[in-house]
Every structure is written in C-alpha cells, then in structure tokens.
Design a protein around this ligand. Structure first.
Ligand SMILES: NC(=O)c1ccc[n+]([C@@H]2O[C@H](COP(=O)([O-])OP(=O)(O)OC[C@H]3O[C@@H](n4cnc5c(N)ncnc54)[C@H](OP(=O)(O)O)[C@@H]3O)[C@@H](O)[C@H]2O)c1
Ligand SMILES: Cc1cc2nc3c(=O)[nH]c(=O)nc-3n(C[C@H](O)[C@H](O)[C@H](O)COP(=O)(O)O)c2cc1C
Length: 432
C-alpha cells in the first residue's frame, strides 16, 4: 500500500505554475526535489511531463503519467488513465511522490499523507495553484527549515525560501479526507470509499479483495495512521532444507508447510541433482532450514543457496541443534551476504542428537523437537508472515517491476556498461 506524498514549490499565494512553466527558478530546490524522489516513483499529469526538458521522464525514477489519452505512449513512461488506475498502479509501492501539476495535486491530495513544500517568499503571475494547506485544518506544518536565499547562478537570485513538511492530522484525517474526496467525486466520479465498496460488492472477494480496498484507502481515504502490517494475501514462500541426522528439522518444515499449504513450498536439497538449482525468483520469502552440523548449516544447503539466491532476496533461518548454545547462523548470513540477499531473522530449537560420544549415552535431547518446539516454529513463521508479509510482497513487486523495466529498456552509455559489468561480476539480478 503506497504512502502518497506530494512535493511542490509554491509562492506566498500558493501559485505554482504559469503558461505551462514553473514560476520560480531555484536550482537548490531542484536538488532537494531530486534528493527526495530519486530511486522512487513519481506521479504526474500529462501537462507536467510536457513541461520537463524535452518532455522526457525523470531519470532514475519510475515515472507514471496520468492522461485521458488512450493512445498516449512515451519511452520510459507508464501511462495510466484515471485516478483509480493510478492508485492500483502504485498499490505495490511503499511510497510514491505526486509531483504535479495543479489538476493532479488537487485530485490526489485527499490520498496524500504528507506534503513536502518549498515555500518561496514571493508572488508571481500564476494560472495554476496548489491548495492552501495553511488554511486547511486537516493539515499541519510539522517541519520547517531555516530560511535560505537563492544564490547567484542558482536561479531567481535573492529570494528567500524554506523547505516545509506538512502532515495530515490523524484526528482530522477522515473529516478532511472525506471533504476533499467529495470534491474529487464531483470532478472524477466515485469517491475512494465508494470505489472500495464497489470493488468489494463487485465480487473481488476474499483476501485479494480486502487488500485492494486497503490499497485504495478503504473507508478512510488518507492513511496517516497505518494499520499494523498483516499479510492478508498469501505470501509465496519456499523453505529449502537439509535434515540428515534424525529428520528433526524436517518436522518443523513439514509443520509450517502443513499450516500454510497454499503458500509454502518445501525443497529437500538432498533430492536435488548435483548441478540442479531451483529457481527462487517467484518467492517473496525464502527459508533455509537445517540441523547444525559442526557448528554450521549443512554444506549442501549452503551450496544450493549460494547458486539460487539473488540480490534482494529475503531469507529466514530455521534450525535444530543438539547443544544448548552451540548453534549459530553466521554461515547462513555469509552466504546471503555474498549474494546480496538479506537474512531477516532466525529461529531454532533443540533436536535429538546421537552424534559422536552422545551415542554412548543414548543421545541428548531425546524427544525433541517435541510438540511445543514444533508449534514454536509454526508460530515463528506465522508472526513473520503476518507482520512483514505486506512489506515483503511490496518489495518483491517493486523488484520485479524494476527488473522488467530494465529488461525492456536496455540502457546504453558508459554508466550502463559499467553497471552491466558489475552485475556480471557479482552475479546480481534474479537468476532463473
Ligand atoms: N511548482 C511546482 O512544484 C510545480 C510542479 C509541477 C507542475 N507545476 C506546474 O503546473 C502546471 C501544470 O499543471 P496542470 O494542472 O496544468 O496540468 P497537470 O496536472 O500536470 O496535467 C493535467 C493533465 O493530466 C491529465 N489528467 C488530469 N486528471 C486526469 C484524470 N482524472 N484522469 C486521466 N487524466 C487526467 C490530463 O491529461 P490529458 O490532457 O493528456 O488527458 C490533463 O490535461 C505547469 O505550469 C507546471 O509548470 C508546478
Ligand atoms: C555430524 C553432526 C554434527 C553435529 N554438530 C553439532 C554442533 O556443532 N552443534 C550442535 O548444537 N549440534 C550438532 N549436531 C546435532 C544436530 O544439530 C541435531 O541433532 C539436529 O537436530 C539434527 O537435525 P536433523 O535431524 O534435521 O539432521 C550435530 C549432529 C551431527 C550428526
């Protein structure tokens, strides 16, 4: 669910544009804009796109342009044709920046939780305005920089300006949001809550339907008080495991898979051929499960992970061990790190161990993992998916879109060549 934020430069009368252009030139402000938005998603109206140099999209950002023109197409730009379509397009993002112009700010402000505003102390002829947030009780100024002055060579010299952050008030959220959304309704059609209700009644049933509603803001359009992350959708997960001593670890893995039959796949690495490596690119979460052997994870499991993990993969560790505190997950973290994947968390419990001298005394930890140990592993996984599922899904979607975009737009130039070489050397990108 995207956190929408507006970013804009206004004058004292909240004027922002005239004849298709900005009204103030300030390079320091442009650098501020780039700092805030680079690497993220920007959303703009078609006329704002035309106002950019050469009508080209902003580099290093996902550019989404709203237009009613069904035939509109521009390299590096994703076109959407309504506010509803835009909200769906950014639903998988953590954050998206609304960068103008007047029409788009007005329609999307009801969905924004934050507005980053450069306020220049001046008035210029303008035909396009941003809503005056100082007069809107739904918004409050939460941060303001020191006053700065545009320097020689930096644009309109000698103007004073401040960088300000406004946030939608939690208490006034539904009131202010609803009022603005009514305005959108008049201009645009159904208000966000109506869209949500329509979707639900149109039969987008079950978990998917709920998630769509929340992506659109549900009954409360803006979302300044986010709910705790609860994975409503299935979280596509795979657990790679090796359980060679007594099948202790497999008990945990099987219990998790049984609790989530529609979302958890399991792969016994012992069943893979010597040079067979699974494609993990569809999985939002990857488990690595093993007994602890000689102080670490199983070496075949590590070898498979080393081939199969890709940059950005999110991994959790699961283990059983004989000694009370002999286990550790350092080697799993190392395998993840060299592949630019991240180990999110680990869980372990005791497992019956008859290795070496323990055999003489009938083993240690007999009966483990017991029912409580097994339930503990299921609870561990449930917490992980419930609390981080939405985030992991968002991350995965974002990564997939970036990779698709890069595949569709093989960039030229020196930097792209350097990046490709680095990717080649490090093995970055999804394997499969
Ligand atoms: N000061 C700042 O920070 C700042 C930032 C950005 C822009 N600006 C200024 O703002 C001005 C441009 O703003 P603007 O209000 O004229 O234009 P705009 O908001 O950039 O774009 C308007 C266009 O967006 C499309 N559109 C709007 N609502 C839509 C909807 N519900 N569904 C589908 N498409 C929709 C339409 O495109 P089609 O005509 O293609 O259908 C419409 O013509 C310029 O002067 C620019 O320099 C200032
Ligand atoms: C060869 C071998 C080495 C082991 N080394 C360790 C160890 O270093 N630390 C530890 O806590 N347990 C160690 N154990 C015990 C296992 O980690 C424990 O029994 C585990 O539950 C086995 O899981 P599995 O049945 O899934 O293979 C070792 C067991 C074997 C067979």
């Amino acid at each position: 669910m995207a956190d929408l934020k507006a970013i804009v430069a206004v004058c004292d009368d909240w004027g922002i544009g005239c004849d298709g252009d900005m009204v103030i030139e300030n390079r320091a402000d442009m650098r501020h804009f780039v700092r805030m938005t680079r690497g993220g998603t920007v959303v703009m109206g078609r006329r704002t796109l035309e106002s950019l140099p050469g009508g080209r999209p902003l580099k290093d950002r996902r550019n989404i342009v709203i237009t009613r023109d069904a035939a509109f197409a521009r390299a590096g730009v994703e076109a959407v044709h309504s506010i509803d379509e835009l909200l769906a397009a950014v639903a998988g993002e953590r954050e998206a920046w609304v960068i103008g112009g007047g029409e788009i700010y007005r329609q999307l402000l009801p969905y924004c939780t934050e507005a980053v505003i450069t306020k220049t102390h001046a008035i210029r002829p303008a035909d396009t305005f941003f809503p005056n947030l100082d007069e809107d009780p739904a918004w409050e100024l939460v941060e303001e920089s020191e006053e700065q002055v545009t320097q020689p060579g930096e644009g309109d010299e000698g103007l004073s300006y401040r960088f300000c952050t406004y946030r939608r008030r939690a208490a006034d959220m539904s009131k202010g949001g609803a009022a603005e959304a009514d305005l959108v309704h008049e201009i645009e059609g159904p208000a966000p809550q109506d869209v949500a209700a329509n979707r639900a009644s149109a039969g987008s049933a079950g978990a998917e339907g709920e998630s769509d509603v929340s992506a659109l803001g549900g009954a409360e359009p803006p979302r300044s008080a986010p709910e705790p992350h609860r994975a409503r959708r299935p979280l596509k997960t795979v657990i790679l495991y090796r359980s060679k001593h007594h099948g202790n670890t497999k008990l945990l893995v099987d219990a998790i898979a049984a609790a989530y039959p529609d979302e958890v796949d399991t792969i016994d690495v012992a069943a893979l051929g010597r040079n067979e490596y699974p494609d993990l690119s569809e999985y939002r979460l990857i488990g690595a499960a093993s007994g602890i052997y000689y102080g670490g994870f199983d070496k075949d499991l590590k070898r498979v992970l080393d081939h199969a993990l890709s940059a950005g993969d999110k991994v959790f560790g699961l283990m059983t061990y004989g000694g009370a505190d002999k286990w550790n997950g350092r080697d799993l973290a190392a395998v993840a790190q060299v592949n630019m994947a991240t180990v999110l968390t680990m869980h372990g419990c005791r497992g019956w161990d008859t290795w070496g001298p323990y055999r003489l005394i009938g083993g240690v930890g007999k009966g483990h993992p017991d029912a409580d140990d097994i339930q503990g592993a299921v609870d561990f996984f449930s917490r992980l998916r419930d609390e981080y599922g939405e985030i992991l899904e968002d991350e995965w979607q974002k990564r997939r879109r970036r990779l698709e975009f890069e595949a569709a737009h093989p960039a030229g130039g020196l930097m792209a060549n350097i990046k490709r070489s680095v990717d080649k050397i490090t093995g970055r990108g999804m394997k499969g």
